[in-house]
Design a protein around this ligand. Structure first.
Ligand code: CS2
Length: 493
């Protein structure tokens, strides 16, 4: 029987030697990075890379202070506070091998909704050189169809009136940049790590739109002094389950309230554009490139879209996980047909990248039987994901005369999913989407108006005027609603 060890800095040395622990001096770290959105992905990716660099020494300036802006961040804040910022990363290989290590790069955590002043002060601290973000696609607050900043958001309205009490990332960034400027400190870099094409350009454009409304002069300063590198980030990070927590406890006696699990694959491609210095991430495998755009498009349109293709069709069919989809030959065939015939033809020129090998590797990664990435994670917030991952591919193919059938069936399935909330066996599906009410309302009109769902302009733009798409969609959505087996429809395409 293992002795029980609660994860915190006092107990590090007592942890089973098979779990590696930080060997660098955590006490000497300064918070050079302030990171907003400390979800599983950040902890499996940027925070892990930062830890690797600290293990190499000479990176004491780059500790991470985590920030949560939403009420829902209270839990991760409390857990990390209790555990002195420490957590276990559990890497699950396809062959069953599991590696666990304690990550030590996060040294502090602050909550924006509770203590906005502390967050602003942290961002405006002389040690802070980078503010990085994983605030999810929805956090950027733009209209998917026009790409414009959404000024109607009530929180944005509030913080425009009350600049000292920010609520969204935009209020916090402007307040902190203003304060730094007043203190005579150089501007930090804003580094987006979300799955958004041209993520740096997008946060820049949105921040400038907001700042221009609030304080034109500050906006001009931001335009000149703040840099916003684009990046492509990648590591599949499923939702942590109780089984993961139990695994650490039963195998090593280690009590970690919120470990993170992930696949072995990891990638980060980023533009070398930092206004106030950066960690030497190239020492731990990060690629710095002059232009990240081709990489991000490839990843969003193949990996993320591929996930959504499997996730939405899988949810309706009743496959619980992505790897369960990959055990189903028809799903594998369908995924590859979508990637080869619809996504690949509309990618940009990619020098030095073997797309066939990339797609093969995606299939292997999706099939990892130990990852058990739930389709519900993939389908969550589809309204923020699909316009960029999948609908953009339909639009490109319509412009080029290319195939759209595989992607269109996914949209028809998404409509059914948003309407019924059950799989083909009648089991309820839990739908997690900020737009769920609106999606459900539009989808529920399908029986009388088959095109109702795709009339949502903020998601589908002007696709409603594309005859080739609407006739195919109408046909497919009616088949899905006629209670036909989704696999039968997939097969017939
Ligand atoms: C997934 C991503 O939720 C999703 O849309 O496709 O979270 C995906 O796992 C990561 O981007 C992998 O890097």
């Amino acid at each position: 029987m293992n002795k029980e060890i609660i994860l915190n800095k006092e107990n590090l040395a007592a942890i089973n030697k098979q779990v590696s622990i930080p060997t660098f001096d955590r006490e000497s770290l300064k918070s050079g990075i302030v990171h907003v959105g400390v979800g599983g992905f950040h902890r499996a990716h940027q925070s892990y890379y930062t830890h690797l660099l600290q293990e190499k020494g000479d990176a004491a300036a780059w500790g991470i202070c985590g920030i949560g802006l939403r009420k829902g961040d209270q839990k991760i804040h409390d857990v990390l506070q209790k555990q002195d910022g420490l957590y276990t990363l559990i890497v699950k290989h396809p062959d069953g091998k599991i590696e666990s290590q304690v990550i030590g790069s996060i040294i502090d955590f602050k909550l924006g909704h509770d203590t906005p002043d502390l967050v602003i002060d942290q961002m405006a601290h002389p040690d802070t050189k980078i503010v990085s973000l994983t605030i999810t696609e929805g956090g950027y607050n733009f209209n998917s169809s026009t790409g414009e900043f959404d000024f109607e958001n009530a929180d944005v309205q509030y913080e425009l009136q009350h600049p000292k009490s920010p609520r969204t990332i935009y209020g916090f960034l402007t307040a902190a940049i203003k304060k730094r400027r007043e203190l005579g400190l150089p501007a930090f870099t804003v580094m987006s790590c979300d799955n958004i094409q041209h993520n740096g350009d997008v946060i820049r454009e949105m921040l400038l739109a907001f700042a221009t409304k609030q304080d034109k002069e500050l906006a001009a300063y931001i335009e000149k002094e703040v840099s916003f590198p684009n990046s492509m980030v990648d590591r599949i990070t499923p939702v942590t389950t109780k089984a993961d927590i139990d695994y650490l406890e039963s195998t090593y006696g280690l009590k970690d309230e919120w470990p993170v699990t992930c696949e072995p694959f990891i990638q980060w491609v980023i533009e070398d554009n930092f206004s106030n210095g950066r960690p030497e991430f190239e020492k731990v495998g990060v690629q710095f490139v002059p232009d990240v755009k081709p990489y991000e498009k490839m990843k969003l349109r193949l990996l993320n879209a591929g996930h959504s293709v499997l996730g939405i069709l899988g949810a309706i069919h009743g496959h619980p996980t992505i790897n369960a989809c990959m055990e189903d030959d028809l799903f594998v065939f369908y995924l590859r047909a979508f990637m080869d015939e619809e996504a690949t033809p509309v990618l940009d020129q990619l020098e030095g990248i073997d797309l066939t090998a990339y797609k093969d590797s995606l299939q292997e990664r999706f099939a990892n039987p130990n990852i058990k990435d739930s389709v519900s994670r993939i389908c969550s917030e589809s309204s923020a994901k699909l316009p960029k991952f999948l609908i953009a591919t339909i639009q490109d193919n319509l412009a080029n005369g290319g195939s759209i059938k595989y992607a269109t069936l996914v949209i028809a399935a998404w409509c059914y999913y948003s309407d019924k909330g059950i799989d083909k066996n009648g089991n309820p599906i839990e739908i997690i989407d900020a737009m769920q009410e609106q999606l459900n309302e539009a989808a529920s009109k399908t029986k009388t108006d088959p095109l109702a769902f795709i009339r949502q302009e903020s998601l589908f733009g002007n696709l409603i005027n594309e005859e080739k798409f609407t006739s195919l969609y109408s046909n497919l959505v009616q088949k899905v609603y006629a209670n036909q087996d989704i696999k039968k429809i997939m097969k017939q395409l």
